[in-house]
Design a protein around this ligand. Structure first.
Ligand code: SDX
Length: 445
């Protein structure tokens, strides 16, 4: 039984149970604000009427204490290091499910029956090719363009091609847009990679599963047969699952805000890709591996730990820390196990970068600075080590994150449109600029 969302609870809350309220008193005023309760996690204070009643705004740069919406998709307990997708824990999904089944779960709220899963996988498989004319977009980029720049451009360009799935008020068109994005993102990411290394594009194959198809499109060449290693395909699929959705993170919030104006769905996803690119967010996997390479050997770790602690040094340990997790990111735990498995399979279990990463994790987790600030490895800490061992250049790490997170963006986007109270997102501000003043002619300045 899907949990009623908070906005429904607030409408019915007074009839079913005594409505809890928060009392705010200032400037001789007292305002009662409803408290809404979730199915799990902290209560929220509903401040929607605060400005009308108190003529004040709340102030929360970075939204550290702000719930921007209600949702039934993903729940994170940062203190306990828990991540649930529709109630199912990420470690079980990573070990027992597979990415397209997790996509179905995120989009529709329940695990599919065998028939539902087969129909969904067939639909996705049959949408993996992109419009042939879109190939021309890649040729407009320099060969050394970052693949994330290419993905922002080409995914945005989808808004100029698929006119039969851009009416966001038509549930059927939303469904088609969702399927197209999930299906075509691996093709676009693989084409961005191929273009960057001057190799020909490889078309998707319907006889391969989602992860194997992506590896095939990235690593096969017309000159010889390429067989996807099933263990690498399984590791790839698990990486997709671990990155699928993560509540109201920066890129998901970007997609929600962009789509709140009714913008073209493909353009909104392009906005999410742009936001994910930053090194504080999805770009951290590339930055983390580059940091591990810069550290190089275990004996240089203390030097970098000292820099991370130095207030005057902007350097941060990439792959560490999280806005929500103040415990181990459960995805990092699964990723670390997968790293051991993949590197052993590839015969590189003595990978010096993995040794540096494990020693860095050990040192950091025993250092008072990191303990006090609750800085643990996050999803980006180990993923780069696996991706590099699989043959991807660091520039492809964030495109793979974007490919995986597309279903999360899409699921949150669908949920937002299903919310009868959806309105355009339009925050206010604390204005600290000049008050009213008249224009002064240049000769009098
Ligand atoms: C992702 O939101 C999501 O869910 C994101 C994500 C997802 O799946 O969508 O989980 C994916 O983006 C994971 C995070 C990847 N980013 C990195 O690994 C980059 C390195 N991490 C930091 O930039 C930072 O930890 C953030 C951006 C992840 C979180 O930053 P916050 O929540 O704004 O925390 P903060 O910057 O206020 O830091 C709190 C303190 C600060 O010290 P003080 O000012 O209190 O003295 O901790 C320090 C920071 O200086 N700190 C670090 C640090 N991260 C925070 N110090 C050294 N190294 C770090 N990595």
């Amino acid at each position: 039984m899907p949990v009623r969302s908070a906005h429904e609870a607030s409408d019915e809350g007074n009839t079913m149970t005594e409505q809890k309220t928060a009392t705010l008193s200032f400037d001789g005023k007292t305002i009662e604000l409803p408290i809404l309760s979730p199915s799990v996690g902290p209560d929220v204070i509903d401040i929607r009427k605060l400005y009308a009643q108190g003529h004040v705004f709340t102030y929360d740069p970075g939204f550290t204490s702000t719930a921007s919406c209600d949702s039934t998709i993903t729940y994170i307990d940062g203190d306990e290091g828990v991540l649930l997708h529709r109630g199912y824990p990420i470690d079980q999904l990573a070990s027992q499910s597979h990415y397209l089944e997790v996509c179905y779960l995120l989009m529709y709220g329940e695990l599919p029956t065998a028939a539902q899963l087969e129909a969904f996988e067939t639909t996705i498989t049959r949408h993996t090719m992109i419009h042939e004319q879109m190939h021309n977009f890649f040729r407009g980029f320099r060969r050394d363009a970052h693949p994330m720049a290419t993905m922002v451009g080409v995914v945005g360009a989808m808004s100029a091609f698929y006119h039969d799935s851009t009416d966001v008020n038509d549930q059927k068109q939303r469904e088609i847009a969702a399927h197209r994005l999930i299906a075509k993102m691996p093709t676009i990411a693989a084409m961005a990679y191929k273009y960057s290394i001057g190799q020909p594009f490889v078309y998707p194959r319907n006889d391969l599963d989602y992860a194997a198809n992506f590896l095939h499109m990235c690593f096969s060449v017309p000159a010889e047969k390429y067989n996807v290693d099933p263990i690498l395909a399984r590791a790839m699929d698990r990486i997709f699952t671990l990155h699928a959705d993560h509540e109201q993170n920066a890129s998901t919030s970007t997609v929600r805000l962009a789509s709140s104006s009714g913008a073209n769905p493909f353009a909104c996803i392009a906005a999410g890709i742009a936001c994910l690119w930053g090194p504080a967010h999805g770009g951290a996997n590339q930055a983390c591996l580059e940091m591990l390479k810069e550290i190089g050997t275990v004996d240089r770790i203390p030097e970098f730990i000292a820099r991370a602690k130095d207030k005057n040094d902007p350097f941060r340990l990439m792959g560490f820390g999280h806005r929500v997790y103040k415990n181990m990111d459960p995805r990092a735990t699964v990723m670390k196990e997968s790293a051991d498995e993949v590197l052993e399979l590839l015969g590189v279990e003595n990978n010096p970068l993995l040794q540096v990463a494990k020693e860095l994790e050990h040192i950091a987790l025993n250092d008072p600075y990191f303990i006090e600030k609750k800085l643990f490895p996050n999803v980006d800490f180990y993923s780069g080590i696996i991706l590099e061992a699989m043959g991807f250049p660091t520039s492809m790490f964030t495109p793979i994150f974007a490919l995986s997170r597309t279903v999360g963006w899409i699921s949150q986007w669908k949920e937002q449109f299903a919310d009868p109270q959806m309105k355009i997102g339009r925050p206010r501000q604390l204005y600290l600029g000049s008050t009213y003043r008249d224009y002064v002619d240049v000769e009098n300045r």
